[in-house]
Design a protein around this ligand. Structure first.
Ligand SMILES: Cc1cn([C@H]2C[C@H](O)[C@@H](COP(=O)(O)OP(=O)(O)O[C@H]3O[C@H](C)C(=O)[C@H](O)[C@H]3O)O2)c(=O)[nH]c1=O
Length: 348
């Protein structure tokens, strides 16, 4: 094996796309997917590659240092791509400690195990996959660059900012070779339907209200998840040690416009009258401390590593809607919580 890469959170949304890309593209790498299978982690997301010779799965929580040590030892881990995280802002508002436990303590555990296990630190890489939310909230103008000061506003973004700081502190203090990327909102197949896009697709299909927070004026920059996975591949192989890379789609949308677009696409696909699904739009109480706008300047990764989004938003959103409509059973299973049982019966 050329490399033995531990990918944490590999059963989650972004993680599963990264695991698939690495397993298929690098048959000479051992890919170890480490995931505690919380509500948002689902091995069914990987059923197309889980029989591959270079794929391994380990059900471990990153908050459990002793078990992490065993995994490093069993698989002789040479690199880490760390994606495991609690990621939903609304959940962080109702349960901040869960975010501290996984995103902060879990990351520090992982850093500790890596720095103890890797004797020659410069031969190994610890890659932390993070979020643009660490930069805070923009008003109408400007973009987040790699130099924008951190200004996290939610318990979720505070926990991710903290984990970014720990990664940099371990590079500075212990000589760990690290890299960090901060990405904008992802969309695509396998996203848990608590997030805006899959939630709306699910609710439109089932004629349920589409909850738009506040006036729907908040802006997000959307990137197709496979394009994010491609960026992670490039950064992992070619990123400068110690560097930060911002990843984004140059694709800003107000929430209300995204929801209206989804209604329009789904009206057509479901054979509904134009405007029928939009009747489901329901303005609800705003998210506490709701960040107004995120927008990434992704010029640095473009100039340095030659990365750009490969899909237009029109293509990506069509593919995404089609995926959820063709995978209604997946949606039903993840929303009912039955998917673990289903996976064990079918693939376990
Ligand atoms: C679930 C939901 C959301 N919204 C609004 C709230 C946001 O302004 C926008 C997107 O919300 P969502 O929760 O899907 O994603 P963000 O809060 O922007 O955060 C996401 O993108 C970043 C980069 C991460 O790092 C997070 O992990 C990821 O969850 O729609 C609504 O109006 N109604 C709803 O029901």
């Amino acid at each position: 094996m050329q490399k033995s890469i531990l990918i944490t959170g590999g059963a989650g949304f972004i993680g599963s796309h990264v695991v698939r890309l690495f397993v298929n593209k690098y048959p000479d790498y051992r890919i170890v997917n480490l995931d505690s299978l919380t509500y948002a982690g689902n091995l069914e997301n990987l059923k197309d590659i889980d029989q591959a010779a270079n794929y391994h799965f380990s059900k471990v929580d990153i908050a459990h240092e002793e078990l992490l040590k065993e995994v490093f030892n069993d698989y002789q881990v040479t690199e880490v791509i760390h994606l495991a995280a609690e990621s939903h802002v609304d959940r962080s508002i109702s349960d901040p400690l869960a975010f501290v436990k996984t995103n902060v303590i879990g990351t520090v555990n992982l850093l500790n195990v890596a720095r103890e296990f890797w004797k020659d630190k410069q031969n190994h890489l610890f890659y932390h996959v993070s979020t643009d939310e660490v930069y805070g909230s923009l008003d109408e103008g400007g973009y987040f660059t790699e130099k924008t000061p951190y200004d996290p506003q939610s318990p979720y973004s505070a926990s991710k900012a903290s984990s970014d700081h720990f990664v940099r502190a371990y590079a500075n203090t212990y000589g760990l070779k690290t890299v960090i990327s901060n990405c904008s909102n992802n969309y695509g197949p396998n996203q848990f339907p608590e997030k805006l896009i899959p939630l709306c697709i699910h609710n439109i299909k089932n004629n349920k209200p589409l909850p738009v927070y506040g006036k729907g004026e908040n802006v997000r920059d959307w990137l197709y998840v496979e394009d994010h996975a491609r960026a992670i591949d490039l950064i992992f192989h070619q990123g400068k040690p110690g560097a930060t890379y911002n990843v984004g789609g140059f694709n800003e949308w107000k929430n209300i416009d995204i929801v209206r677009l989804l209604c329009k696409i789904m009206d057509k696909k479901l054979g509904r009258k134009p405007g029928e699904s939009a009747d489901l739009i329901t303005f609800v109480k705003d998210r506490a401390g709701h960040d107004l706008r995120y927008a990434i300047d992704a010029d640095n990764i473009k100039n340095e590593l030659g990365w750009e989004p490969s899909l237009t938003f029109e293509t990506g959103i069509e593919k995404t809607v089609d995926w959820y409509l063709n995978n209604q059973d997946w949606l039903e299973r993840v929303t009912s919580g039955d998917y673990q049982k289903y996976y064990e019966q079918h693939y376990g």
